[in-house]
Design a protein around this ligand. Structure first.
Ligand code: FAD
Length: 314
């Protein structure tokens, strides 16, 4: 399957630090990046979500970064989230969870050789505390399958004190239907996405059709359950099915939400919001945009061409 090969290659590129350094330094990249990334600093992030809020959309902010093996970097990530939450609260954007934050435990040191899991959990806990003070909450992004158990364990710990902390489950993983059953409980927020990493056949469906089918199966479990489903997809078929599953389960418009990425299908985002749905936009910001962007390219070759043309000036 050529698109699978391209995806694999692109994801490989996302780990190549030489390529990353060249691309990050290409001046023109900055303009292209703007389409998908809200800027580099906290002020940029706050102004992007203020604009979304003005148009009736919810947001979740992601300070870009992942896979750190440097404790100082993990501390910097934690502190950036703490500052961000204070600024969002000052701007009046956090009450009722209108703007929340998404965290990657790997950016908070989950893979540090010494006590990584504990450090990332402690840092995530501080961010959950700051979010609660600001009147909002946190969602733990899900990364590659080697971290799923650790991330779900950390989630369970955080939910003891901060029960609204959200989980992410990935429909490409074979285990996910069972995880959905476990998490489809009262007060539990679960973002369901297809999954963005390159995973082996032993744990993940490789065929797009199978991933889509599993997405629908998992979504059915979440919509029938007692939790709060967060439908993270740009796929028109998935969005339509989500609407009918919500109707079938007599779900009120405020008992689930749609989620899409910043810069992807913005008109559809507005249409869903204008129709009275809860629509949350995932807004990444910061300097470390390379891995994030390469995953978006891998999903959509049209974006890749757009990006490469701009980088090479052709
Ligand atoms: P795809 O299968 O990529 O696309 C299906 C259809 O959607 C396309 O055929 C097209 O009709 C439409 N479409 C897609 N992209 C575009 C576009 N650029 N322009 C126009 N139409 C388009 N992944 C993780 O692994 N962990 C996470 O924590 C995580 N969090 C996420 C949070 C949010 C809010 C979202 C939206 C995604 C997240 N993802 C995460 C990424 C996700 O797993 C997918 O990789 C990504 O969303 C692409 O899948 P898709 O469902 O949009 O459908």
């Amino acid at each position: 399957d050529p698109s699978a090969a391209l995806r694999q290659g692109m994801i490989g590129l996302s780990k190549n630090t030489k390529v990353r350094d060249v691309v990050e330094k290409a001046p023109v990249s900055k303009d292209v990046v703007k389409r998908f990334v809200a800027g580099t600093g906290t002020a940029d992030a706050v102004s992007a979500v203020r604009e979304l809020d003005g148009h009736g959309k919810l947001a979740t902010l992601d300070f870009l970064g992942e896979d750190t093996l440097d404790k100082a970097q993990a501390i910097h990530t934690r502190d950036t989230y703490l500052d961000l939450l204070a600024d969002l609260a000052d701007a009046g954007l956090t009450d009722g969870g209108r703007v929340e934050v998404s965290l990657k435990l790997s950016a908070l040191g989950q893979a540090l050789p010494q006590d990584g899991k504990k450090i990332s959990l402690d840092f995530a806990r501080s961010i959950c505390e700051a979010a609660a003070i600001a009147g909002t909450t946190v969602t733990l992004d899900m990364e590659d399958h080697t971290t799923t158990d650790a991330t779900l364990e950390s989630l369970a710990e955080l939910r003891k004190d901060f029960p609204t902390t959200g989980a992410v489950l990935q429909a490409y993983l074979k285990r996910t239907e069972a995880d959905c059953r476990d998490l489809a409980t009262e007060g539990s927020r679960v973002r369901l996405c297809k999954g963005a990493y390159s995973e082996p056949a032993s744990v993940a469906f490789q065929d797009k059709g199978e991933v889509d089918m599993n997405y629908v199966k998992c979504l059915r479990v979440l919509m029938e359950g007692k939790g709060y489903p967060m439908v993270a997809s740009h796929d028109p078929r998935i969005i339509e099915i989500a609407g009918s599953l919500a109707d079938k389960n007599l779900r009120a418009a405020d008992s689930f939400e749609y989620q899409m990425l910043y810069g992807i299908r913005p008109k559809e985002q507005q249409r869903l919001a204008d129709a009275g749905n809860r629509m949350r936009v995932y807004v990444p910001y910061g300097d470390e945009w390379y891995g994030y962007l390469v995953r978006r390219m891998a999903e959509r070759p049209a974006n890749t061409m757009f990006f490469l043309r701009a980088v090479t000036g052709k």
